[in-house]
Design a protein around this ligand. Structure first.
Ligand code: BEZ
Ligand code: FE
Length: 260
């Protein structure tokens, strides 16, 4: 709030209130319903699910589009961060492998993701830091799956290579559901909205003198590409997966925009 001028806050909040009041009047929302709505929002706060609510209502996607949609610099498309990033992930040694095998991981394909990190003018960025997070092949994040070691399928590293080339070893993720055990799960059920997301890998990429990039990579043929529950799939971020000997490979070049 401090970073925003009072008149900006007042402008936006007054419009938000006018829109809310109009909807409440149009639907003749009664006292019991309004109290239920307030109790729901209280629960969302207590469960720390406001980011998740922003995501499943596709508000995060709208904000991302307004913030980055007009970027014609040639930089890689951004995407929403979601609620499942964990601060201070481990630094991985090169050659980078972001997981340990665990009991119950099931059938899984080893996947090498590789490409380069460059600036929009093609200059390689060896100082760039790549930070990724994703679910394991059994469909869950380490946070929900006690079979997985802490920080499994998470990690960051510096590119170092003078040509900007990077590569990491992971496993092909699978589609999964956003958390449904809390108030947002009840919201999804009440709205008749399914909780599934297509398989994806999240990336945060930073480099000196460049705007940070937060994005996600998706894979062709996924049943939820067209109906991601948070609506975050962008065609440019669906990357091919090719068989390569006993594993799979996915090319993903990352282009960062110089900061202004
Ligand atoms: C995720 O991709 O990790 C995610 C995004 C939005 C809501 C829940 C999970
Ligand atoms: Fe995710």
């Amino acid at each position: 709030m401090e970073a925003v001028s009072t008149s900006r806050v007042a402008d936006v909040v007054n419009d938000a209130l006018a829109a809310l009041h109009e909807v409440l009047e149009r639907h003749r929302v009664n006292e019991e319903e309004w109290h239920a709505a307030l109790a729901f929002l209280t629960e969302v706060g207590r469960a720390d699910e406001f980011i998740l609510l922003s995501d499943v209502t596709r508000t995060s996607v709208l904000i991302d589009a307004m913030e980055h949609g007009g970027d014609d610099s040639g930089a890689t498309a951004s995407d929403v961060e979601g609620p499942l990033y964990v601060d201070d992930p481990p630094w991985r040694e090169r050659p980078v492998r972001v997981y340990e095998e665990y009991e119950g991981m099931g059938d899984a394909d080893v996947l090498l993701v590789r490409g380069s990190v460059t600036s929009t003018d093609g200059t390689p960025l060896p100082d760039a830091v790549i930070d990724i997070w994703q679910t394991g092949p059994s469909g869950g994040y380490d946070l929900w799956d006690e079979r997985q070691p802490e920080f499994n399928f998470r990690g960051r590293w510096q590119v170092e290579d003078e040509t900007g080339a990077y590569e990491f070893q992971t496993m092909l993720p699978k589609p999964y559901t956003v958390p449904t055990q809390g108030p947002v799960g009840r919201y999804l059920e009440a709205m008749g909205q399914h909780p599934w997301r297509p398989a994806h890998i999240h990336f945060k990429v930073t480099a000196p003198g460049h705007a940070p990039l937060i994005t996600q990579v998706f894979f062709p043929g996924d049943p939820y590409l067209e109906n991601d529950t948070i609506g975050a799939v962008k065609a440019a971020l669906v990357r091919p997966v090719e068989a390569e000997g006993d594993h799979l490979a996915c090319p993903f070049d990352i282009v960062l925009r110089p900061s202004t």
